[in-house]
Write a protein that binds this ligand. Structure first.
Ligand code: ATP
Ligand code: MG
Length: 370
């Protein structure tokens, strides 16, 4: 059964620690997405599992067997590198059929399988073209098709859909998951695209500076980000800087700039703690300030910008305390309702606020994604 296990793996390049004492287990047939900013170690992690580079420390197991000294071609892995190479002198179909043929599959059958995969990658019509005759996105799909046809039970995909336009990416990510699940492949898919991970992954692993920040189902990671970094990296969030001024059995009060108060459901922090409070852009509501209201978490301010995002409109509100907040709502609910310069209230439910310890290096540093 194709399981992958890393135990305390470290990989250095000179002074740079690309992977830091990392442990993880990937189960048979699982579809994992690795997300993380540029330079966080995603490609290094795949290369370690593929066997292209060796760890400085730690063990890598495949199917329970220690593979630190097993060469790539004996690992039963199909690895699609971020910067892949195709066989330039073979046609698209021959490129894909290369794997099945070298496994000894009968020629007719090998070509049949390869055509089916090209079909799923929407490339069958270019089966006779050579790689240099294909566009960048077509070459990427061809490389992906070749990996899928290889017959390996483990798929390592480094940004496999990055060169494709939005519509095709949506279609192919669906096909990719389908092929992986139908063939019981264990898949690790590296991507920058958070929407892609939400759709394809059984489980997400978020990397930063070679360390795992959080792992969980897409829903868990989205709804309960473990820290400010994850909340910022996945989803659209607002962050407030404040101090806890009261804690009771059911929650706490946090004081923001200029005395503005927020009620939260968090009971994990203590009075006096400096904290960061987070709310997702789609979780706050804008209310007309036609009459004076006295409720908790009703923050007065002025709309200073509106960005049209297609399905959604994102309003920027300058709160009276000086903090700025983005609030997103479906365009259909927003049309003609609010205008720039209008005074409004922003309403946020206590259960939609997350409270984190103030980061050691400051909030600003935490929000720089590099
Ligand atoms: N061959 C190498 N020599 C020296 N440093 C390297 C080498 N390969 C990677 N690194 C460094 O290791 C760190 C992790 O790189 P890696 O390529 O794994 O990141 P990544 O998450 O894949 O980034 P991206 O999203 O840009 O592809 C980076 O700081 C990078 O500069
Ligand atoms: Mg990379």
């Amino acid at each position: 059964m194709p399981t992958i296990k890393l135990v305390n793996v470290t990989k250095r390049y000179g002074d740079i620690v690309a992977i830091k004492n990392l442990s993880m287990t990937i189960h048979d047939g699982e579809y994992i997405c690795i997300l993380g900013p540029t330079g966080s170690g995603k490609t290094t992690l795949l290369k370690l599992i593929a066997g292209i580079i060796k760890p400085d420390k730690g063990e890598i197991y495949i199917d329970g067997k220690l593979v630190n000294d097993v060469p790539p071609y004996e690992r039963n892995i199909a690895y699609l590198p971020q910067y892949y190479a195709l066989f330039p002198h073979l046609t698209a179909l021959e490129n894909v059929a290369f794997g099945p043929l070298s496994r000894g599959i009968d020629v007719k059958e090998a070509y049949k399988i390869s055509m089916q995969i090209l079909e799923m990658m929407r490339l069958a019509w270019r089966a006779r073209s050579y790689p240099h005759e294909l566009s960048g996105g077509m070459q990427q799909r061809l490389a992906l098709a070749r990996a899928l046809a290889s017959g390996a039970k483990i798929l390592l995909l480094d940004e496999p859909l990055s060169a494709l336009d939005a519509r095709l990416r949506v279609e192919l990510r669906y096909n990719l998951r389908k092929i992986a699940k139908e063939n019981n492949l264990t898949t690790i898919h590296v991507t920058h695209d958070q929407e892609e991970t939400m759709v394809v992954a059984d489980r997400i692993i978020v990397l930063r500076n070679g360390e795992i920040q959080q792992e969980g189902t897409p829903l868990q990671v989205y709804n309960e980000p473990k820290n400010v970094f994850v909340a910022h990296f996945i989803g659209e969030s607002n962050f407030f800087d404040g101090f806890v001024i009261d804690v009771d059995q059911y929650g706490s009060w946090v004081q923001l700039r200029n005395g503005l108060l927020l009620r939260t459901n968090n009971v994990d922090r203590s009075v006096g703690d400096r904290v960061v409070v987070m709310v997702r852009e789609e979780k706050s509501r804008i209310l007309k300030a036609t009459k004076k209201r006295e409720e908790i978490n009703l923050l007065p301010g002025v709309i200073i910008n509106a960005s049209f995002l297609g399905n959604f409109i994102s309003y920027t509100i300058l709160l009276d305390n000086g903090d700025k907040v983005n609030s997103k709502m479906p365009t259909i609910n927003a049309i003609g309702k609010f205008s720039i310069g209008e005074r409004v209230y922003l309403k946020i439910s206590p259960e939609d606020l997350r409270v984190y310890p103030y980061p050691a290096l400051g909030l600003y540093r935490e929000l720089e994604v590099m």
